[in-house]
Ligand binder design. Structure first.
Ligand code: ARG
Length: 402
């Protein structure tokens, strides 16, 4: 692999990605580094970040608003898929990577770059997601990952930066490693590395503790159209506003925290804390609406598809063939997922208390009822059970004959 001339670097404004700029130029002979910082609704002020890249030696510093496609093209499909990695993590970080990769490639084309760069380390999932996505979208672009190779400790990285005029982090450095976007936060490192240590309250920013949550419960009503959340409490909201509102409501009531040990792609287990209040609330409500509107066999089969979908998103295979094929199945199932779910938020819990669908409910009252309107043919059950249980009875009889 020859030297890259012009690289587009995924930029966050932190020490590591800032040090990548002089490092790429000085150690790897890259002539020009152009940074791209994505706005994913993390709430950072982006102008200082844009300026910091220039101060660190970038020839051009680009900021791009990706919030809307992040929600419509990545978060909503995840809600429709009820996507929970290892049954728990709603992929708040993982979902952002293929979008950032896509935009990096577009910027590389716009500025005529021959490489794309990122600051991921060699033991995380994000490097896998970036490299695989970029490799499939733009096989001709080189992917540079200096932090995977430089072997510098945190202190050495800061010192290297200071020699290049990059100021050390001013505020008393947080011991945690945090990734943040509109879907939530992930918090790692520091005292959290011991999986037996309780997370301190200070790490949370989007959710209240159960203790600090309001004493009175709040009921929220979430409306869905074709599997996408479209309204809260009867008010139609655009996708981005809807996620913000769901975050506020669930976060206020202390719902949406997750403390888990997860299996990374690179084979290690890591202890991760997440707070993803809105996303978890919406997935829970969506699952519930599906229980009313999907046929039993589709619903059961979909669970397996959901688990596979979550795995491949986690593992960086967003742009792969299995993802495309599973999306075909998922899209087809969502046409009838229309209706409303009522959830009671209280002291860390989100409890579904009602669900309805005018056009698509498969719940048939005069089939379900034990009242006088019952239309179910009770006598027909006898013949059904005779056939249903036949293999089991034959098997049991043969055993008794031994
Ligand atoms: N373990 C989570 C994931 O793989 C969170 C990763 C957070 N990334 C980060 N660079 N801090 O999705």
């Amino acid at each position: 692999m020859g030297r890259a001339k012009k690289a587009v670097l995924a930029y966050s404004g932190g020490v590591d990605t800032s040090v990548c700029i002089p490092y790429l130029k000085q150690e790897w002979g890259v002539e020009e580094v152009i940074t791209f910082a994505a706005d994913l609704g993390q709430g950072d002020e982006l102008e200082p970040i844009r300026q910091k890249a220039l101060d660190s030696g970038a020839s051009q510093s680009i900021v791009g608003d990706l919030i809307e496609p992040f929600i419509t093209e990545f978060a909503f499909p995840a809600i429709r898929a009820n996507a929970l990695y290892e049954g728990r993590y709603p992929l708040s970080t993982a979902l952002a990577r293929p979008l950032i990769a896509r935009r990096l490639v577009e910027v590389a084309r716009e500025v005529g770059a021959d490489a794309v760069a990122h600051g991921c380390t060699g033991k995380g999932n994000d490097q896998v997601r970036f490299d695989v996505a970029i490799g499939s979208l733009a096989p001709d672009l080189k992917v540079l990952a200096p932090a995977r190779e430089w072997g510098m400790s945190r202190e050495q990285t800061i010192a290297y930066g200071e020699r290049c005029g990059i100021p050390a982090p001013v505020s008393k450095k947080s011991p945690y490693s945090i990734d943040l976007n509109l879907l939530g936060r992930s918090i790692e490192a520091g005292s959290l590395e011991d999986p037996d240590v309780e997370p301190p309250e200070e790490i949370y920013a989007l959710t209240r503790s159960v203790e600090a949550a309001p004493d009175s419960a709040q009921i929220v009503e979430i409306g869905f159209a074709q599997g996408n959340p479209v309204s809260i409490d009867g008010v139609a909201l655009d996708p981005v506003s809807l996620i913000r509102r769901a975050n506020e409501l669930a976060g206020l009531h202390g719902f949406g925290r997750l403390d888990m040990v997860e299996n990374r792609v690179v084979g290690i287990k890591s202890r991760e804390i997440y707070e993803t209040p809105g996303l978890l609330l919406l997935i829970k409500a969506h699952q519930e609406l599906e229980s009313l509107t999907l046929a039993a066999d589709v619903q059961r089969y979909k669970r397996q598809i959901e688990a596979s979908w979550a795995d491949l998103v986690y593992q960086g295979l967003w742009y792969g063939p299995l993802k495309e094929a599973l999306d075909g199945f998922l899209d087809r199932t969502q046409a009838s997922v229309n209706g409303t779910v009522r959830v009671k938020l209280h002291k860390g819990n989100a409890t579904v208390i009602g669900r309805r669908s005018t056009a698509d409910s498969l719940y048939v009252p005069d089939m379900a009822t034990y009242g006088a309107e019952d239309r179910f043919d009770h006598k027909a059950a006898e013949g059904f059970i005779y056939v249903w249980g036949l293999p089991t009875r034959l098997w049991a009889a043969s055993r008794r004959g031994r």
